[in-house]
Design a protein around this ligand. Structure first.
Ligand code: BG6
Length: 490
């Protein structure tokens, strides 16, 4: 018996983005407002606030954002102007040797309100061009259908995903883009970080917290509708695009019990299930055995339509993808311990053995190997790392270069652990670094939380030339890809 730590020859190396964080052009080409177009950034707020800023939303903020005379700065509306610069940006991705590029199609470019019966041709044409540009560079597109950017109208006029009508709207959107891009896109993801509804229901299922007194009920009801919508989209995708591959996408943090006390392990297990519940349904095609108790203890009673369970069972996803940035520990008595910062999970406890990023996210490459093994053991389906990356403040040297060795170290250590997981027998077929070019942060609406190999000259208030330049990590990743993950030294 032998084993190999080598990446398969056709491994999909690349980078990941989302339309609402890089495109800009928020009111061009017939685009409608999305839930993410509503976030402001105010650089005068104290640093502590942006360390732990939350994707929480109020009715007032939404109303302000709909005011055409508002003078506030909405960073996700500006993005980094990929809308006009995608040719230049994709050429840089190609120069790095990308085999794939994960992007999302903004629902609001195709159906600006979300409930129309006819799509917006200008929006469809835009993505035709983006996809053709990628393919011309031999870059395989990996497309997310919904990445925290559902149409705002579906929130304000329909109350978000707790309303079953959204299943039909989403499926119409999905079918429209499958038909249009059937010759261009093989890999699809239905909902970005579907499990994050727990932490930020507004961008995930479109509920404004203050409007939903039974928030837990509405979150899980919204999630159920997303499961059904995802399964129906998977069915349609397979029918329209033979050979296509559809994945679920969860945010995954490796969790460790804070101590070896059995109560901590139990708490850890329960916390992990809060995330894995989502991929359990989407990958296995049914609600897991622990669902009844978990939902009952939250006071949730799901309303399922006749046939829903059958739909879930018949159309599970083909692969499991996930984002991985950090790990944390879980205690049965968190109130006595030091919490960890991070926009993805609350209640996590700081791990004394791990360093943290400038935003307090605990860096844990070995946790990635553990995560890959856990997910593969659980589902036995191919895995795709849809996001992994380090948000950091970069300093531009007087000659314009950027020595981001911290980013290189992070990347190297994570790739090394991916190789270990391959050696463990895990089937991993792709890796997309989050934000290969600096984009607006999802959690804090900053650009100074930079992930890119490509620097964008723009600040948190939207000033700058938007000129692109290569960081040191650009050349490092280029070598790593060219050697298929073998050349990881400096
Ligand atoms: C993931 C999201 O949660 O994390 C991305 O899918 C996001 O949209 C990424 O950008 C990093 O988070 P942040 O808040 O640093 O942008």
């Amino acid at each position: 018996m032998t084993f190999s730590k080598q990446f398969p020859d056709d491994f999909l190396w690349g980078g990941a983005t989302a339309a609402n964080q890089l495109e800009g052009g928020w009111n061009i080409g017939g685009k409608g407002l999305s839930v993410s177009d509503v976030y402001t950034f105010d650089s005068r707020t104290p640093k502590e606030r942006w360390l732990d800023q939350w994707l929480f939303m109020t009715r007032r903020q939404v109303a302000d954002a709909q005011d055409p005379n508002s003078s506030k700065y909405y960073p996700k509306r500006k993005g980094i102007d990929f809308y006009h610069r995608y040719k230049e940006d994709i050429a840089l991705f190609a120069e790095m040797g990308f085999k794939c590029f994960r992007m999302s199609i903004a629902w609001t470019r195709i159906f600006p309100r979300g409930d129309e019966t006819e799509p917006n041709e200008q929006g469809l044409a835009f993505y035709d061009d983006v996809l053709e540009t990628l393919l011309a560079h031999n870059i395989q597109p990996v497309v997310s259908l919904s990445h925290y950017e559902m149409p705002l109208c579906l929130v304000t006029e329909y109350g978000g995903w707790p309303n079953r009508k959204l299943v039909d709207f989403y499926v119409r959107f999905a079918v429209t883009v499958f038909e249009r891009y059937r010759r261009k896109v093989k890999y699809w993801m239905t909902f970005n970080e579907i499990n994050c509804v727990k932490h930020h229901p507004y961008v995930s299922v479109g509920v404004i917290e203050e409007d939903h007194p039974h928030l837990e009920q509405d979150k899980y009801q919204g999630a159920h509708h997303q499961f059904v919508a995802s399964a129906l989209a998977t069915k349609a995708c397979h029918q329209i695009i033979p050979g296509s591959q559809v994945g679920c996408m969860i945010s995954y943090q490796m969790l460790y019990p804070h101590t070896c006390h059995p109560d901590d392990l139990q708490a850890c297990e329960e916390q992990q299930r809060v995330s894995l519940f989502f991929s359990d349904v989407q990958a296995r095609g049914y609600y897991p055995a622990y669902t009844d108790r978990m939902l009952a203890e939250k006071g949730v009673v799901l309303q399922k339509a006749q046939g829903d369970d059958e739909i879930l069972r018949q159309y599970p996803v083909d692969f499991v993808s996930f984002s991985y940035y950090m790990s944390s520990t879980v205690s049965a008595h968190p109130e006595e311990l030091e919490g960890v910062t991070g926009n993805l999970i609350t209640g996590g406890i700081r791990n004394p053995y791990l360093p943290s990023s400038q935003w307090g996210w605990q860096i844990d490459p070995k946790g990635l190997r553990l995560a890959l093994n856990q997910l593969y053991d659980r589902y036995q389906k191919p895995l795709f790392i849809a996001e992994n990356g380090l948000g950091a403040v970069d300093t531009v040297n007087p000659d314009g270069t950027i020595d981001d060795d911290y980013r290189i170290d992070y990347l190297r250590q994570h790739i090394e652990q991916m190789k270990e997981a391959l050696g463990d027998g895990v089937r991993l077929f792709g890796y997309t670094w989050w934000g290969p070019i600096d984009v607006i942060s999802a959690g804090t609406a900053q650009i100074s939380k930079r992930y890119g190999f490509i620097y964008v000259d723009q600040d948190d208030d939207g000033n700058g030339t938007q000129r692109r330049s290569r960081k040191k990590s650009f050349h490092w990743y280029q070598r790593a890809i060219a050697s298929n993950g073998e050349q990881l030294a400096d």
